[in-house]
Design a protein around this ligand. Structure first.
Ligand code: 0UX
Ligand code: ZN
Length: 370
């Protein structure tokens, strides 16, 4: 299998690296942040706005689309790209995480995961084979194996059993995949146990995947522990393949993880927090409903060139938010996603110019000062 990832340059100072990932719908520059489009839309913004604010690839989800409107309907409409009018790459998660985060409703067996729909309570089942088939019906460019996301904390035996099941499911995902140029990533589990992480990675490499994800992090563990597991696992992952840290994270998390050699990220924070009136800026976070912004004429972030920062004041955004206007979510989502894509572009440039350590220090000084 040819390798879709090209390593363009590596920092001489740390594990940060600059690459590109070729997919059927275009090439993605890494490190990259992938905005989340849970139900076939990046909430509150059009695909044109998502493209305009700098996103190259978005994330969809098997679990939600499997439930509503159903992957057969989307397939009938030509797949997720046509259905949602997004012509760029799409990565879909397998649904493993949702099934386990809806823990109380799921029953895990060797065969797969039986669970109750959170929409109408109907009984559903996802096997490794059906999870891959649904992602193929959706037309995903990058698919994720069905895995068991180990909760935190978990004892060694629980983590070991779940990790070994994830490896057996990964082999079934790979074996059931159609040969049509779409990419399939394996997901490393292992809980917070280094030996299980290495065992999980070795089992996935034995099967062979187009890229590898670090799963089972950002599940409530202390940030320092997330960095420790991320660092040790990334260092053991094949340098020639893309590395995806699932569900991460805050701007600081992204910088710390790129420093440790991660290439790809997804997180609901920029979009979800925007809808809750929380803005990310180069000077730290800004909670727009705070009375201090009532007559503040400045844009959210004076160093940001996004549509929202070019045209609107904090006072106006606070007014919209207090008035529960739809435009509040639209404008603040545009800013937060622009901030995230801007941060990734700045990191890509810093790695290209081999000055990532300087970038890392400046970022910490700016956000610590806030
Ligand atoms: C937040 N921390 C975290 N996330 C995680 C995810 C989901 C990634 N985002 C996809 C997702 C998840 C939800 C919310 C949105 C849309 C859709 C449903 C797909 C992003 C994970 N997904 C899988 N398959 N396995 C994990 O171990 C895992 C660990 C995570 N740790
Ligand atoms: Zn902005």
């Amino acid at each position: 299998m040819s390798n879709p990832f090209t390593l363009l340059s590596s920092s001489s100072q740390c594990a940060a690296r600059r690459g590109e990932l070729r997919t059927l719908h275009g090439t993605v520059q890494t490190p990259v942040f992938m905005p989340v489009g849970t139900q076939a839309t990046v909430k509150g913004v059009t695909p044109e706005q998502v493209r305009e604010l700098g996103a190259e690839i978005i994330l969809g989800n098997t679990y939600h689309l499997y439930l509503r409107p159903g992957h057969e309907l989307i397939k009938k409409f030509g797949g997720l790209h046509r259905f949602m009018n997004w012509s760029g790459p799409i990565l879909t998660d397998s649904g493993g995480f949702q099934i386990f985060s809806l823990q109380q409703l799921a029953k895990i067996t060797e065969e797969g995961a039986a669970f109750k729909s959170h929409i109408d309570g109907s009984s559903l089942f996802l096997s490794p084979e059906s999870a891959v088939a649904v992602q193929e019906d959706l037309g995903a460019d990058i698919m994720m194996c069905l895995d068991t996301c180990i909760p935190y904390p978990a004892d060694y035996r629980q983590a070991e059993e779940a990790t070994e099941l994830t490896s057996r499911w990964a082999a079934r995902c790979r074996a059931s995949q159609r040969v049509d140029g779409r990419l399939l990533f394996g997901i490393i589990q292992g809980g917070m146990y280094h030996d299980l992480r290495l065992r999980s990675l070795a089992a996935l490499q034995e099967i062979g995947f187009d890229g590898y994800a670090i799963g089972g992090l950002s599940v409530g563990e202390p940030e320092e522990l997330m960095y420790e597991i991320c660092e040790a696992t990334a260092a053991a992952m094949p340098a020639a393949r893309a590395r995806y840290l699932m569900g991460v994270g805050t701007p600081r998390n992204l910088v710390e993880a790129v420093y440790r050699g991660i290439d790809m990220f997804d997180c609901v924070m920029p979009t979800r927090n925007a809808r809750n009136g929380m803005l990310f800026t180069s000077r730290g976070r800004l909670v727009i409903k705070n009375a201090r912004y009532q007559d503040d004429p400045r844009p959210p972030d004076e160093e940001c060139g996004c549509y929202t920062c070019r045209h609107y004041s904090r006072a106006y955004l606070r007014h919209l938010y207090q008035a529960r206007e739809i435009m509040a979510s639209v404008l603040m989502t545009i800013h937060n996603l622009s901030y995230y894509t801007g941060l990734m572009a700045a990191m890509r440039r810093a790695i290209e110019e081999d000055r990532f350590l300087e970038f890392y220090r400046d970022f910490n000084n700016a956000t610590n000062a806030a």
